[in-house]
Design a binder for this molecule. Structure first.
Ligand SMILES: [Zn+2]
Length: 79
């Protein structure tokens, strides 16, 4: 989940203020809008052959929650 700060200039910009893990709520450390820890960022636009035609879902997971998530897979993640 991203929280943005709106910067008023000639063209309005959005700068990442906070990145929060959707699963545990922990904040991913950032410095000047840049992440200082690695994390998983997912953005998915569902297509016509789904029940969510054109819906866009997005979430961020910290490394700990990513590890816990992929540990539930029947087939391990590939390299
Ligand atoms: Zn987390």
């Amino acid at each position: 989940m991203r929280q943005y700060e709106v910067i008023e200039t000639k063209e309005t910009q959005k700068k990442v203020k906070k990145i929060i893990c959707n699963k545990c709520g922990k904040e991913i450390p950032t410095e000047k809008g840049e992440p200082r820890a690695d994390f998983l960022s997912v953005e998915k636009r569902w297509g016509y052959f789904s029940e969510k035609d054109n819906q866009v879902d997005s979430f961020d997971l910290c490394e700990e929650c990513y590890d816990a998530f992929v540990a539930t897979f029947v087939i391990p993640v590939g390299e």
